[in-house]
Write a protein that binds this ligand. Structure first.
Ligand SMILES: Nc1ncnc2c1ncn2[C@@H]1O[C@H](COP(=O)(O)OP(=O)(O)OP(=O)(O)O)[C@@H](O)[C@H]1O
Ligand SMILES: [Mg+2]
Length: 543
């Protein structure tokens, strides 16, 4: 009796393993279906030709057709793409089985598409009924080991909970990458209402930020690339003739080149920084009154009202001013702009090394919607910029290798921080853009004057003169203020000679200042040549 039961058990077991074997064979055939179909087509064609013309001719025909197909770039690319997708489908399926994600071949995630990207492979998957992407995320470590990759990341889709993207990270896409040129470097004009290309992500796609209604906080260790990232945003605003730029530069040199296109540029003077913020605050209040009068709740692109970009490099410098009252006043004004500026079209972009609560009050820091964490020393510093918990969730700017300048994590509203490498504008690019932007702004101002002239039916020459004089007064005022703030820190003779040596090497009249001399409109040139606004020791004299 017991032998009978044992025999029946063995029989059931054998039946089950036969079934599993058949399933495995069927699945293997299904996985290799593309290759098998291609092979079958070749064999059938060869046999067909062989039956009519003989084996040798058939072999030659097949070889010629295959060679022609492989030499033509379009069919070759198509074939390689199909084979790549088929390979990824098999790899993901096998990894899902081996990692325990799927119990049997028919429940592995379905690969919808795959393509190679800078970091490795990007695979779009759909999980089966009753499964979730969370299970895929939970098995990411095991999947990465099975796929022989550094890491597997699962990016969810907002529209469909069953579909997502698996990023199979095989290499560091930013390692050894030379500085990336900003795509708008040659642009004549740009609208600050459009997304600004900030850099490229791990998949090699451009990463953009839309500034209206947002504020940006950047942080990172010294030399990580904060000022370089800020300069991309400033360049975009400069190329928009309608945008108003307010620049605060605790290091004097980072934003100096943009003086000709800025409403105001402030250096190390706390008093002047407060004055500028007050001016922007007055603009903001006036804008709200205007919106009220127009019956609007916020500024829109179609309203024709200019956006104001307030850029503050070395935020910690201003928030640690020696005078306590100045410090508090500055903090309060900046907090007000960040808090209320959104609907009025006031955008604040600030950069600092470590925005810890001891330097940047949390009441101010937490208001910034967009965060950019460039390389940090510790996971805690990374969390200080991005927000608590991101480092332990895998978004940690302290894991960025030391030599990678301009690489960081971008956190936009609600999303997970995205690794990226920022575009870089070298000194010559900055000069060229500032020049072009200055001349565009001059043209826009003159066009406005001409329109005024037509409206008022006044002699064109008189109005143009009036606008020219207003324009040069404005430029002179900006430059004179900037000169005064720069003269607080006069250059020593050795640093001055080093700077002039650098300028001579670049073939300009003096550092970034060479900018204005080349193609700035005559009005601006005249303004910058005015002896009264050119103290010999100031950097503005050269800008
Ligand atoms: N996106 C980038 N691509 C390539 N190189 C970059 C990039 N960003 C910065 N660098 C390099 O790193 C250097 C330092 O950059 P930057 O001055 O922006 O750093 P920082 O974070 O502002 O430093 P600090 O805190 O001292 O002001 C630059 O001079 C440049 O050589
Ligand atoms: Mg800097």
């Amino acid at each position: 009796m017991s032998a009978d039961v044992w025999m029946r058990g063995r029989g059931r077991q054998r039946g089950r393993s036969d079934g599993e074997l058949a399933l495995g064979v069927l699945w293997a055939l299904w996985c290799w279906r593309l290759e098998l179909v291609l092979l079958a087509v070749v064999v059938l064609a060869e046999r067909g030709v062989a039956s009519a013309m003989g084996d040798t001719v058939a072999m030659v025909c097949v070889a010629v057709v295959a060679a022609a197909g492989l030499l033509a770039s379009q069919p070759r690319r198509l074939l390689l793409r199909w084979l790549y997708v088929a390979r990824m489908r098999r790899a993901v399926g096998r990894a899902a089985l081996d990692s325990g994600l799927a119990a049997h071949p028919w429940s592995v995630p379905r690969v919808l598409a795959a393509c190679p990207v800078a970091a490795g492979d990007r695979v779009r998957v759909r999980v089966g009924r009753g499964r979730s992407l969370a299970e895929l995320e939970a098995r990411a470590e095991e999947l990465a080991a099975c796929l022989r990759a550094r890491e597997v990341r699962v990016l969810r889709e907002t529209a469909n909970a069953s579909e997502g993207t698996m990023l199979v990270v095989r290499r560091d896409p930013f390692e050894g990458v030379s500085p990336l040129r900003w795509p708008l470097v040659e642009a004549q004009e740009f609208s600050l209402w459009d997304p600004i290309a900030l850099g490229v992500d791990e998949q090699g796609d451009a990463l953009s930020v839309l500034l209206p209604e947002r504020n940006v906080l950047m942080g990172g260790e010294p030399g990580a690339g904060k000022s370089a990232a800020l300069s991309v945003l400033v360049a975009a605003a400069a190329l928009d003739p309608s945008a108003r730029l307010w620049l605060l530069d605790g290091k004097l040199v980072e934003l100096a080149a943009w003086a000709p296109v800025a409403q105001r540029v402030v250096g190390t003077s706390g008093h002047e920084a407060i004055e500028v913020l007050r001016e922007v605050q007055a603009e903001m209040d006036a804008r709200y009154r205007e919106l009220l009068a127009r019956g609007l709740r916020k500024v829109g692109r179609e309203d024709g009202l200019p956006l104001h970009l307030v850029v503050c490099d070395e935020l910690a410098f201003y928030l640690s001013l020696p005078d306590r009252r100045e410090r508090q006043h500055f903090t309060e004004l900046l907090r007000d702009l960040v808090a209320r500026g959104r609907a009025a079209g006031v955008i604040v972009c600030a950069a600092t090394q470590k925005p810890g609560a001891d330097v940047v009050p949390t009441a101010l820091r937490d208001l910034f919607g967009f965060r950019v964490a460039l390389r940090c020393n510790t996971p805690q510093a990374s969390d200080t910029i991005l927000g608590q918990g991101w480092a332990s969730a895998g978004a940690d700017a302290s894991t960025i290798p030391g030599g990678q300048r301009g690489v960081g994590l971008l956190l936009t509203e609600g999303d997970r921080p995205v690794p990226f490498k920022g575009f870089y504008l070298d000194d010559d690019d900055v000069c060229a853009i500032a020049e072009r932007a200055a001349s565009k702004r001059a043209d826009a101002w003159l066009a406005g004057a001409a329109a005024d002239q037509r409206d008022n039916d006044v002699s064109g020459l008189g109005v143009t003169r009036r606008w020219r004089s207003r324009l040069s007064t404005n430029t002179m005022r900006t430059q004179a203020r900037w000169s005064r703030s720069c003269s607080i820190a006069p250059r020593t003779s050795s640093s001055a000679s080093a700077l002039s040596a650098r300028s001579a090497r670049r073939g300009t009249a003096g550092g970034r200042s060479g900018c204005t001399a080349r193609s700035t409109p005559s009005i601006l040139r005249a303004a910058s040549a005015a002896p009264s606004t050119q103290p010999s020791r100031s950097r503005t004299a050269r800008c």
